[in-house]
Design a protein around this ligand. Sequence first.
Ligand SMILES: N[C@@H](CCC(=O)N[C@@H](CSS)C(=O)NCC(=O)O)C(=O)O
Ligand code: FE2
Length: 285
Amino acid sequence: MFNSVAWQSLAYHAQCQLWRRAFPIAVCSKYFEPLKSNKFIRRHIMLGPQQSFSKTFFFRQLFDQESSTYTYLLADINSKEAVLIDPVLEQAIRDANLIKELGFSLKYAINTHMHADHITGSGVLKKMIPGCKSIISKSSGANADIKLEPHDVIEFGSFKLDARPTPGHTNGCVTYVAEDQGIAFTGDTLLIRGCGRTDFQEGDAATLYESVHNQIFSLPENFRLFPAHDYKGHMSTTVWEEKRYNPRLTKPKNEFIDLMNNLNLPYPKKIDVSVPANKVCGIQD
Ligand SMILES: N[C@@H](CCC(=O)N[C@@H](CSS)C(=O)NCC(=O)O)C(=O)O
Ligand SMILES: [Fe+2]
């Protein structure tokens, strides 16, 4: 459980305690102030160990530069069953080629929500890969082969994803949690040091705040989080990090609502084509 960083931190802390005894208050409070509440040690421990993946769990993060969207390919290496989370239309050939090359069989093209900034690849992937089914939540209002109810479980090989409802950015937003791998795919509900906007579709800041605090921040702190977008070059985060450093979601609820209602962001460039197409889970013919 303790890695070398944690041991070093504890050794350092013990050393500091000895110094404190030898030189009370004046010297020590100046130099060892950060250790006062053990924050230093906790930071080292929580930034350290994250759960490793099972030996047969395949994980690949893919990126679409134009929309800054992350797509995730997950698979069971034994059974070869695979899923794609949040595929992008323009990257469908890239994704299908990768799946073919690796010898996987794509069971599901899964959406975290009805995207407003790009067209999902799930419709086209269904055409390209016979047997692949599209998935979105029932509360998204979109059509798909499978419409999820809250906490439905998606299975591929020996792995599963729990569909936690996290409305707020849209009504149908879902965070997919792979409990046994210590990871969650947050869509646009939680972005790294940010969150999805709440000023269109069925956006609601208070609902998003509750979703994050009840469904995401309640996960173990060492869980890794993978969002649907990042605009600053970051790739993943953890529950521990976001609970401390997310500049929006660490605010009290009333301040968060105020901030979200005054973001004044321009609408996504492709909103007028994306939303109608995503209502049917992407282009179908
Ligand atoms: N410039 C982009 C759209 C950027 C944007 O609005 N992103 C959304 C997620 S996609 S629906 C968002 O929620 N952003 C949160 C934020 O704080 O930026 C485009 O024109 O496509
Ligand atoms: Fe979105």
